[in-house]
Design a protein around this ligand. Structure first.
Ligand SMILES: Cc1cc2nc3c(=O)[nH]c(=O)nc-3n(C[C@H](O)[C@H](O)[C@H](O)COP(=O)(O)OP(=O)(O)OC[C@H]3O[C@@H](n4cnc5c(N)ncnc54)[C@H](O)[C@@H]3O)c2cc1C
Length: 387
């Protein structure tokens, strides 16, 4: 496989290129070989998370005083690209670093950061984000998990579903309804950080999915779950606003992964068609193969150029809600299309689980659903267009 391009994208300086090389080596030698076992077990081992922590891969954005390296998002971009490119996205470091940790970075107070962030950096505290409920996914403003204040605790009741890292996470950022009488539903939502050891918290079953098997997607339950009031993130009633603020980066990270996975599927296929013979010649000499791969490579490069421009604008602090919504649906649709059309070029072997292209295909499907379904992205774009 060609590997992710190094030294050609101006976003990445020499230090990040070196970091990418070291990440790639570990992904190839330590993560890819263990991945089939994690898929079988339905989760990534704790040991792998602790290893990642020792290598400085977890929350590199965290300030040094909490054990981090005080970097910007680009280290997480590198990790995301290398994991997705190699077809091992179920080791969901991008979720931990790029999607959940920012809630702590932006909204936790000093005391909370001291309590939580060092463990997030070391891998002792794996993070998850719990918004979705059985009855409310896209329509998140109407969520029903209730948190009632009682003295210096909240009592939480309700359930969440489809929660990534649900079986292994130690800390859950949970969207709860603290004020059922608020004038609009989204004003009554707050964010609580729930420790998995809290009384009244339980994990449901690990959900059986059609792909993304190394990811422990789960239900979680709260039954009079006692959460210290000191675990409230930011202000009560501001949870919906905080979630909306975070979605730009969440969707950007998922789009970055999508382009990387598409590139990985493409490179796998370019290698395969050069060696597989049909009618006395390699598949790569057939016009259909050449045109298919030429078209898909074009789409990947277009998506990459768009993503790189958005990473730059996001780092500059621009509001790019419309563009990130475009990227989320375009890049994840492209990822799925690339995986599907590449799999076709493998013929029957593409349908066999021992061929990594089959995993690319299966893992791609969910990307169009979570992080805001692609239909919701189109709604957001239409709204930004003034429709
Ligand atoms: C593997 C996996 C991991 C996940 N991880 C997490 C996680 O870590 N944390 C978390 O909180 N959630 C997670 N989710 C949940 C995910 O974000 C939701 O599944 C997603 O937001 C869609 O919600 P829903 O499943 O309830 O579908 P619904 O909201 O019921 O939507 C069903 C269909 O209707 C469409 N639709 C809904 N509303 C509209 C509308 N207004 N206009 C047009 N079409 C619409 C949707 O696009 C979709 O196609 C995960 C899901 C999966 C499958």
């Amino acid at each position: 496989m060609a590997g992710y391009p190094i030294g050609v994208r101006k976003l990445f300086d020499e230090a990040l290129d070196l970091f990418r090389q070291s990440v790639r080596k570990v992904v190839e030698t330590e993560i890819v070989p263990r991945y089939a076992k994690w898929e079988e077990q339905g989760e990534v081992s704790r040991e792998a998370w602790l290893d990642a922590g020792r290598r400085g891969w977890l929350c590199p954005e965290a300030p040094e005083e909490y054990g981090g390296a005080g970097q910007n998002l680009l280290s997480t971009v590198v990790l995301t690209e290398e994991l997705y490119y190699a077809g091992v996205p179920g080791f969901f470091i991008p979720l931990h670093n790029g999607i959940v940790y920012p809630y702590l970075e932006r909204h936790a107070n000093e005391e909370q950061k001291r309590r939580w962030v060092p463990g997030c950096v070391s891998g002792e505290k794996i993070l998850a984000l719990a918004m979705t409920e059985p009855g409310y996914g896209s329509d998140i403003a109407h969520l029903r998990t209730r948190a009632r204040r009682e003295g210096d605790h909240y009592l939480v009741d309700g359930s969440k579903t489809f929660i990534s890292n649900g079986q292994i996470a130690d800390l859950f950022v949970v969207a709860v309804r603290t004020d059922p009488d608020a004038d609009t539903p989204h004003r009554g939502i707050s964010l609580l950080v729930v420790d998995a050891n809290s009384p009244g918290f339980s994990r449901g079953r690990r959900l059986e999915k059609i792909g993304f098997h190394a990811q422990d997607t789960s239900e979680i339950f709260f039954e009079d779950c006692r959460v210290p009031a000191a675990n409230l993130l930011g202000e009560e009633g501001q949870g919906f606003r905080y979630m909306m603020q975070s979605l730009q980066q969440e969707r950007l990270v998922l789009s970055i992964g999508a382009v990387a996975a598409a590139r990985g599927a493409l490179d796998l296929t370019v290698d395969y068609v050069k060696t597989r013979q049909a009618f006395g010649q390699p598949l790569s000499k057939l016009q259909n193969t050449r045109f298919e791969l030429a078209e898909l490579a074009t789409k990947v490069e277009v998506a990459q150029a768009f993503i790189d421009s958005l990473i730059e604008r996001h780092l500059a602090g621009e509001r790019i809600v419309k563009e990130v919504s475009m990227a989320k649906h375009f890049c994840t649709d492209t990822q799925f299309e690339v995986a599907d059309r590449c799999l076709q070029l493998f013929g029957g072997y593409g349908y066999m689980r021992e061929y990594p292209i089959s995993r690319h295909f299966l893992d791609a499907r969910v990307q169009r659903i979570y992080g805001g379904a692609n239909e919701i992205m189109k709604e957001l774009i239409a709204r930004e267009l003034g429709l």
